[in-house]
Design a binder for this molecule. Structure first.
Ligand code: BGC
Length: 376
């Protein structure tokens, strides 16, 4: 009897603790408002996640991180991501062909698939090409260009999209969920997906960070916890090699300014027009660990990237050339920002020795990335 009574008390206590825990956890104010319409009339909402000094705004169009305000070492706030002021800006910029993908969720397959083709369970699939001979970021009808269903959750917003069997060339009805939360400077992105047919999936976020909020990122100091990277060919498709970064301009194991070696006479840098490569993370895939750190000496802002993914695409904004006018009409100049896209390796469906991106019915794709902001 006594034992049962004690057990009951413990159970009640646990429920109470859970309830308190839940309210204690809800620190961030989450609000939503209209963000315009797509040309076809589809309404787009924008969610604002505010946690004291930090604020993230997420659009239901493309799941785009439209703005991300963080304080510098003196408490002065700046928006540290590239993008546009309104949904019209994103729609006007989007052309489905080698787009900039500012802040968007990328799916079904982040980065390139060679010749827009792969074989799965003995069947060949062909995808629309949007990057020369290849398919980039899910092709011309990717997850960046749809309106997601949204609902507020504790400290954030959850987005959901059901991609139909054969959509953008990929097999299987895929239900994808992306949950953004913001707590004390940590923007956490949790991706999940299930399918009813064997398929491939590789989701990421394509935010362009500039920790100074202006200028270029060549003086940002970058650390990548990676001893190898996957070299590419002229179409930026991995050759299949896992190359040691040792004694190359790709060695960021110690903090190094992005611009320090970007113009070195190196074949891989020439092919990428700068850095546009996948680094093989040293951490154990499947376990959340620090993958990268960026420090901007001028503002003191620090961005740590944590992920459970096996790779990270470091892209130094090489295709920005000032032709895109971003927020406030500011031209996005060469190297105006950098991307750190946590991911499986590009073109994995055509490389059996890369970690697999296959998802089968009954399995759940689930991955977490945290963009963690602080100052120094
Ligand atoms: C790719 C770049 C591309 C950029 C914008 C990056 O993930 O690796 O080659 O230009 O996205 O689309």
């Amino acid at each position: 009897m006594r034992v049962r009574e004690a057990a009951k008390r413990i159970a009640i206590g646990a429920v109470l603790l859970a309830a308190v825990g839940m309210t204690a956890e809800a620190k961030t104010k989450v609000t939503s408002q209209p963000f315009g319409k797509l040309p076809a009339g589809t309404p787009v909402e924008i969610y604002t996640l505010s946690d004291g000094a930090y604020e993230a705004r997420i659009a239901t169009y493309g799941g785009i991180v439209v703005s991300l305000k963080t304080p510098d070492r003196n408490g002065k706030s700046a928006d540290v991501v590239l993008g546009f002021d309104d949904v019209d800006g994103y729609v006007a910029n989007f052309n489905g062909l080698s787009d900039a993908y500012f802040g968007a969720i990328i799916g079904r397959y982040a980065n390139r698939i060679a010749h827009g083709s792969f074989t799965l369970d003995g069947q060949k699939y062909s995808l629309p090409k949007n990057n020369g001979e290849n398919t980039l970021h899910g092709g011309p009808h990717g997850f960046n260009n749809i309106v997601w269903k949204a609902k507020p959750v504790v400290n954030g917003v959850e987005l959901r999209y059901r991609s139909k069997d054969g959509e953008a060339g990929f097999p299987g009805n895929l239900t994808a969920t992306v949950r953004y939360t913001l707590v004390k400077g940590d923007l956490r992105i949790e991706y999940s997906a299930t399918t009813d047919k064997t398929t491939v999936v590789n989701l990421t976020n394509h935010s362009y960070f500039n920790l100074a909020g202006q200028g270029d990122i060549l003086k940002h100091e970058l650390t990548l916890h990676a001893s190898r990277f996957t070299p590419v060919d002229a179409g930026l498709i991995p050759t299949g090699q896992w190359k040691a970064v040792e004694s190359t301009p790709f060695d960021f194991r110690k903090p190094t300014a992005v611009g320090a070696r970007i113009n070195s006479d190196d074949t891989q840098l020439h092919l990428g027009r700068g850095y546009d490569h996948n680094w093989v993370l040293d951490s154990k895939s499947g376990q959340l660990a620090e993958a990268a750190e960026v420090y901007d000496p001028s503002s003191g802002r620090v961005l740590k990237v944590l992920t459970d993914q096996p790779g990270i695409q470091f892209y130094s904004g090489n295709f920005l050339d000032g032709s895109i006018k971003g927020k406030g009409g500011t031209p996005d100049v060469l190297h105006a920002a950098l991307c750190l896209e946590t991911q499986h390796f590009p073109d994995s469906p055509n490389h059996p020795d890369f970690p697999s991106t296959e998802l089968k019915p009954g399995e759940r794709y689930h991955t977490v990335t945290i963009y963690s902001f602080s100052t120094r």
